[in-house]
Design a protein around this ligand. Sequence first.
Ligand code: ZN
Length: 305
Amino acid sequence: MTVADLHRAYRDELLQAGLLISMGVDGLYGRSGLFERVVEGINTAVGKVGDPDRPEVMRFPPGIGKWQLEQSGYLNSSPQLVGTVHSFTGNDADHRAMLDTIAQGGDWTAGQRTTQIALAPAACYGVYPAVGARGRLPQQGALVDCYTWCFRHEPSIDPARMQMFRQREHVRLGSEEQALAFRETWKERGQAIIASLGLPFEVDVANDPFFGRTGRLLAASQREESLKFELLVPIHAKEHPTACVSFNYHRDLFGRAWKIETASGETAHTACVGFGVERITLALFKHHGFAVERWPASVRDVLGL
Ligand code: ZN
């Protein structure tokens, strides 16, 4: 079986079992109640570890301001993944023309104009501008817990590569030492959480598919400076594990983009840890089966199931 066969086979199983609900688009699915209970269980498990740090909780909608996307620098590295929200802004005649186009099977979206909203590429993108707008950070920096629907335009039959998915993140803003210490702490915590779920994993330096020439340079520095680590779990095949948790250190990239300053007036450094809750859920169903009541008691206990 090729990797594509494995992807299709697992997706078909999930659809047949009703855990995922087809929406007729690769990478876009509804989720069943059971699927969501496991997702909530993962959130509970992450909360149990992270809540004692008393992070500030922020919840954002799946959209961010188009200006926020521009300022973040994401368009430099990954323009191919971006989604923008468009809307009809024409008059009566434009509307009639659009309906005619639809009736003829043509491209009715040609008259759509971009709105002020883009889709969030990662959960933490709402956090930096919000914290930056407050002025200088306090001495202890800032720590934020966020959880958001994200969009990445990469249609795939791999159920673990969804176009719309959720990330549960903790984000640290402060000095270089604070950001790096946070990432080290969560690298350990992330592994402990996944181990407690009875899943096999490895941690490796990430290799993001950045776009074009600029992207190749970014990818090289990401690897050389070990800016991003991923916790990989085999879902389909041992040789092709899936990144389920990422541990990111952004240096002062977002600090500069959003003019975030430490208490002493230096550009803030930031780091984040992101849990791909759907991917972890899919890994759990793959390794422990579709009957949650037969999962190991210790795993159900961690998830509160
Ligand atoms: Zn993040």
